[in-house]
Write a protein that binds this ligand. Structure first.
Ligand code: URP
Ligand code: ZN
Ligand code: ZN
Ligand code: ZN
Length: 484
């Protein structure tokens, strides 16, 4: 059984051209003119692009006394309906829990996935067990990216010495360090001060995490990664202070990437002034939404290449869950959704406004992610031999985003009422047509784990450079006798 996508324009990170795509056994087997297949998908007027990869999701994650409400079933269905064909979720050990133990939990949950997925590992505490298991996770479990929380003091946060030890271990193993960059000590102090002053509404969540705390932590993480000689990926980069640190590091030749979220690019901090408590609380996430100047900085970063990818940090909580924090903003579960909306929102606010070219759109939603995470060109490519994770994108198709029609399991949408133009006509996951003209035909359990090897070309280049420039003793002749 073969499938052919006919009459479309292929858009990759670096090329735009007219050709048909032939698929068999879940992979692209031919790209060319006048191809024939058993099943024909008409892409007239459409772009044929690599399916989106969301590098940052939290599906059914235990967090702040509850579980995020989209699981690998609803979450990956939501992804596919918006043109995303792969998610990378975080396996999150609770403090004291082993990495392999946590991975077993994520293996169990992910059997329901409708699209392919991979995992990052989180380092939420430090000890010999974590040090030892990191090797197994990298070498036997196909995970090369490890996240460190510099915030969530008393829960997930790790200190500088722990981060330095973990980064060193990753450098040895050929992995990549990731950070949630906010100064957790200062956030904890500001939170206590705000609450003591009676500032307990959702807006105070944003007051407790100003851009400076993110900028400081980003600079600190970059320095520690540089000392350890490991590439660094900064998740949910939300502000100029953090972007500036990343931009400066890149210009200095450091291997650092920044990941803005579609929420931070398109929603601002005025959401927290909304008179409705639920409206504001539903938008509580860390880092919080920022003002328009920060948004402009993030867009400029994507345009110039100082920021590399666009994610969602999809971590969806229902209104009832958000209400755990009535009377105390620090108990509002942190997180927002976006899996279903990332691609249409970025196309609408990026490509349709002229901020991004279609090729840049593909780069930041798919190809750059696959390259950084070392799964290119299996993922993120329209090439013979690549997985047929594809989206046939109709630039004329439009809709109004509303929770009433969404796939995500929660009862609201932070993008409610936004008009988007640019939506999938077809979404294919390893050749299976999961979205067919607006109809979801995905299959539970179709998704497979994607193993990612360590020692990507960037890791190898960095370790070569660090070895070449490492401190060496000066060879001297005639060393004087000791003075005693
Ligand atoms: O508020 C957020 N971002 N929730 C998800 C967990 C995290 O920090 O990434
Ligand atoms: Zn985070
Ligand atoms: Zn996250
Ligand atoms: Zn299938």
């Amino acid at each position: 059984m073969t499938t052919v996508i006919k009459n479309g324009t292929i858009v990759t990170a670096d090329l735009t051209y007219k050709a048909d795509v032939l698929i068999e056994g879940g992979q692209i087997i031919e790209i060319g003119q006048g191809l024939k297949g058993d099943e024909v998908l008409d892409a007239t007027g459409c772009y044929v692009m690599p399916g989106g990869i969301d590098p940052h999701t939290h599906l059914e994650m235990p967090f702040m006394g509850t579980y995020s409400s989209d699981d690998f079933d609803s979450g990956t269905r939501a992804a596919l309906s918006g043109g995303t064909t792969m998610v990378v979720d975080f396996a999150l050990p609770s403090p004291g829990q082993g990495l392999l133990d946590a991975l077993q939990m994520w293996d169990n949950k992910s059997t329901r996935a409708h699209c392919d997925y991979s995992f990052h590992m989180a380092v939420t505490w430090w000890g010999e067990q974590v040090f030892n298991e990191m090797e197994t996770v990298v070498k036997e479990r196909g995970i090369n990216t490890f996240k460190h929380f510099m915030a969530y003091k008393g829960a997930l946060m790790v200190n500088d010495d722990e981060m330095y030890a973990s980064f060193n271990r990753l450098a040895e193993l050929g992995g990549i360090a990731m950070v949630h960059a906010e100064n957790g000590d200062v956030v904890a102090e500001l939170t206590a001060k705000l609450l003591a002053a009676g500032n307990n509404g959702p807006e105070a969540h944003a007051y407790s995490r100003p851009p400076q705390v993110e900028g400081e932590a980003t600079n600190r993480a970059i320095m520690i990664a540089d000392m350890a000689g490991v590439p660094l990926y900064v998740v949910h980069t939300s502000c100029e202070e953090s972007h500036e640190a990343i931009r400066r590091a890149k210009q200095a030749g450091k291997r650092v990437w920044g990941e803005p979220l579609i929420q931070h690019l398109t929603l601002d901090d005025s959401e927290y002034s909304h008179p409705d408590w639920d409206h504001a609380a539903r938008r509580v996430m860390s880092p919080p939404f920022r003002n328009k100047q920060h948004q402009d900085s993030l867009w400029a970063g994507l345009q110039s290449g100082s920021l590399s990818v666009v994610a969602t940090d999809h971590c969806a909580f229902t209104t009832d869950q958000k209400r755990y924090g009535v009377g105390d903003f620090s108990k509002i579960p942190n997180g927002t959704g976006g899996l279903e909306d990332r691609m249409p929102m970025l196309w609408t606010y990026g490509v349709n406004t002229g901020r991004l070219t279609p090729n840049e759109f593909v780069a930041v939603t798919s190809t750059n992610i696959a390259k950084i995470m070392n799964m290119y060109p299996k993922k993120g490519a329209v090439l013979v031999g690549a997985d047929a994770d594809l989206v046939v994108w109709d630039p004329e198709k439009s809709k109004t985003i509303t929770a009433g029609n969404q796939v995500s399991a929660i009862d609201y949408n932070v993008f409610e009422g936004k008009e988007v133009k640019g939506l999938p006509r077809f979404t294919l996951t390893r050749g299976h047509v999961a979205v067919h003209d607006g109809e979801l035909r995905s299959q539970e359990g179709h998704g497979k784990f994607v193993a990612r090897e360590p020692n990507s070309s960037v890791s190898r280049a960095l370790s070569t450079w660090k070895e070449l420039t490492s401190p060496r003793p000066v060879q001297r002749t005639g060393i004087p006798a000791t003075g005693v």
